[in-house]
Design a protein around this ligand. Structure first.
Ligand code: ADP
Ligand code: ADP
Ligand code: ZN
Length: 223
């Protein structure tokens, strides 16, 4: 399967992506995680991305498109399929992805669109905690780790992202509405969009996505 997870910051993309990728054996690509890792490692990519991430703005298209091409163009990913989380975020990125997939003779199966209200987003991001090691997402109230400060999955240390503070959150939300939301229409025109109520609990959202993906794989098997 080849999937995109779409939705505003804090919609639950990362949370659901980890579950789906594990269940279906898909390669999970979070461009945000890759950029933050590069930033920590102090690579050229990290240096290019830092100012944008700090401000809550998008890293330039050519930088992100370059990294996605590098990751998706491998034989391993062609074999497993993929789940994109946080990419594409602009029309230019979506078109570049279409061109890349055509080159690879691959097609997207679905775009899962997580719908949540702006107020929910601020609540979720302000209390988000992320695992330094495996990047799993937790929430102090809605999805707390079993042991405070420690990742349930790998025992890694949890931290708060520097861009998860109110001012930057509002900027990111604005950027989403201006630059990313139009992608819903773009993919609806290709009849790929599956809308999911992202306001429900983590488990409930997983169940809803699971149902839709099961239907999708059934259709493929029958075809
Ligand atoms: P995204 O990758 O879309 O930015 P995350 O998966 O990191 O979002 O989730 C943002 C925050 O909201 C995290 O703190 C996460 O634990 C929490 N969260 C995710 N899904 C839900 C949900 N369905 N209900 C309540 N909180 C959630
Ligand atoms: P969230 O899901 O909480 O919005 P991400 O981890 O996906 O956060 O992204 C964090 C930051 O990384 C973004 O605000 C942006 O600066 C940068 N980034 C991630 N993915 C992209 C992308 N596809 N295009 C441009 N910038 C990106
Ligand atoms: Zn972890």
């Amino acid at each position: 399967m080849r999937l995109i997870l779409l939705g505003p910051p804090g919609a639950g993309k990362g949370t659901q992506a980890q579950k789906i990728a594990r269940e279906y054996g898909l390669y999970h690509l979070s461009t945000g995680d890759v950029l933050r890792e590069a930033l920590e490692a102090g690579t050229e990519l990290g240096r290019q991305a830092k100012a944008y991430i700090d401000k809550g703005e998008l890293v330039p298209d050519e930088v992100v498109i370059g990294l996605v091409k590098e990751k998706l163009g491998t034989p391993e990913v062609s074999a497993t399929g993929f789940l994109l989380d946080g990419f594409p975020r602009t029309l230019a990125q979506a078109k570049a992805l279409d061109a890349l997939l055509e080159e690879l003779d691959q097609e997207l199966d679905a775009v899962v669109n997580l719908e949540v209200q702006p107020l929910t987003i601020v609540d979720r991001l302000a209390k988000r905690r992320v695992c330094k090691q495996c990047k799993a997402s937790f929430h102090l109230e809605f999805n707390p780790p079993i042991v405070a400060g420690v990742c349930d999955y790998c025992g890694g240390e949890l931290y708060q992202r520097s861009d998860d503070q109110e001012e930057t959150i509002l900027r990111r939300l604005n950027v989403y509405q201006q630059q990313t939301e139009p992608l819903i229409t773009y993919y609806a025109q290709q009849d790929l969009v599956i809308n999911i109520d992202g306001e429900r609990s983590v488990d409930e959202v997983s169940r809803l996505i699971g149902e839709q993906l099961a239907e999708l794989t059934n259709k493929h098997d029958c075809a």
